[in-house]
Design a protein around this ligand. Structure first.
Ligand code: CTP
Length: 408
């Protein structure tokens, strides 16, 4: 979570049984390099001690508005001002009601009223309390004011009931914090990203594929979504979990991928093909597992459609098309040729022979080529950072091709 490094997050705990999970949240946020200032209501302290949160955050926990010692060390207004984002987890029905009404009767609610930072609330409570019209109305009011709500999960609750009310998965809360700290430069845009390998079967249990992990495409999808875009991720088989807040479509073969990408690309302002699509597929797929014999086995391969070339041939006005070129020789020549042939706006070229580049690793070393012959050589970066740099370039192109702009 590079996005959180060096940021100050104020985490407010209120009095629900999920308060114990907030301890782990604080640990995750501190581990991502954020400075975490914990504020606890009186009720929260019935569930977990300030000492635990102090040990995990490395800072004194703010609890009492009228504690002269704490107030002289860090005043509540200063706490409100210094926060880059405020996370209330767990948020009880009571604190949501106070926030909606603008009540400030303790440290946390005072800070919430005084802060100008983005606020994230993570409700956790009994399912009936959550479903109650009062709570739902309060959440609507808060959403209207720009508060980000990380919805609770459904499941068995500590009170013995079933239903929505369980604190959201902590990875979702951390992701919400990343979003809150990301300028919404792609808000309103629709972006399609493809990722991973394809599987081309020749019998029910065997297939032709390549070692793509999907990490680069997933990183691009997540970053575009953090910037506010509606992202459709079309992915071949990978071991990666769905990126939060991204519409993920899982496919198997190149032909499945073509169908999904083509349909979604119609309404997209940008399409990024990071998938390692198999260029060939077995001509026939045996209905049953092929049994071995003493003879050699010959599998005839036929061409798969080139998805990106198809999109380039039928390009929508103003749409940005981005391809990848994974090469083992003549990187720039081959990538330039692909950019031209497939009618792309950008191509991201990586030399698979370089250490830290390409399939499976968490880093990449790429060069970004554009239509005018420009080459931006990026150093070895995490795939997260590489995704950011690629999206910066796409955003710049989107600004130029925006309807109404006469630059192109
Ligand atoms: N691509 C595609 N459909 C294919 C093959 C590739 O859409 N059937 C896309 C990839 O997602 C990538 C770009 O085209 O964005 C280039 O893919 P790459 O495999 O590097 O090149 P190919 O065009 O397949 O050429 P070659 O394999 O000969 O290098």
């Amino acid at each position: 979570m590079e996005r959180l490094r060096g940021k100050t997050l104020l985490v407010g705990l209120t009095g629900g049984i999920a308060a114990y999970k907030a301890a782990e949240l604080v640990r995750l946020l501190t581990k991502s390099g954020a400075g975490v200032q914990v504020v606890m209501t009186r009720a929260a302290q019935q569930f977990i001690t300030p000492l635990t949160l102090q040990a995990l955050s490395g800072r004194p926990v703010l609890t009492d508005l009228f504690d002269l010692g704490l107030e002289s060390e860090i005043g509540h207004i200063q706490a409100a001002r210094s926060a880059d984002a405020v996370i209330v987890a767990p948020a009880t029905a009571n604190v949501l009601a106070k926030m909606a009404a603008g009540i400030a009767d303790d440290y946390l609610t005072t800070v919430l009223l005084a802060t100008e930072a983005p606020v994230i609330v993570c409700p956790a409570m009994n399912a009936k309390m959550y479903a109650h019209a009062a709570t739902q109305d309060n959440l609507s009011v808060l959403r209207r004011r720009g508060v980000m709500v990380v919805e609770p999960e459904a499941g068995s609750l500590a009170c013995g009931e079933e239903g929505p009310g369980r604190l959201a998965d902590l990875s979702l809360i951390v992701e919400a914090a990343c979003r809150a700290l990301t300028p919404q430069t792609l808000s309103g845009a629709r972006i399609v990203v493809s990722a991973g390998p394809t599987w081309e079967p020749f019998d029910p249990v065997r297939f032709i594929t390549n070692p793509s992990s999907g990490k680069m495409g997933f990183a691009l999808a997540l970053e575009a979504s953090r910037r506010g875009a509606h992202v459709d991720l079309v992915t071949g088989p990978t071991a990666l979990a769905h990126p939060p807040f991204v519409a993920t479509h899982r496919v198997t073969t190149a032909r499945d991928m073509e169908q999904a990408v083509k349909a979604l690309a119609r309404d997209a302002q940008a399409v990024i093909m990071a998938a390692a699509v198999s260029d060939y597929r077995p001509e026939d797929t045996a209905p049953q597992k092929i049994k071995k014999s003493d003879d050699d086995l010959v599998i005839r391969l036929v061409r798969n459609p080139d998805i990106l070339a198809g999109l380039g041939a039928d390009k929508q006005p103003g749409q940005i098309l981005v391809g990848f070129a994974a090469e083992t020789e003549q990187l720039l020549e081959n990538a330039t040729e692909k950019l031209r042939k497939k009618n792309l706006d950008l191509i991201v070229a990586n030399d698979l022979t370089q250490p830290g580049a390409g399939f499976r690793c968490d880093t990449n070393v790429v060069k970004i080529l554009d239509r005018s012959g420009g080459v931006e050589a990026l150093p070895c970066l995490s795939k997260e950072e590489t995704a950011r740099r690629i999206l910066d370039r796409i955003e710049a192109l989107m600004r130029i091709t925006k309807p109404g702009s006469d630059s192109r």
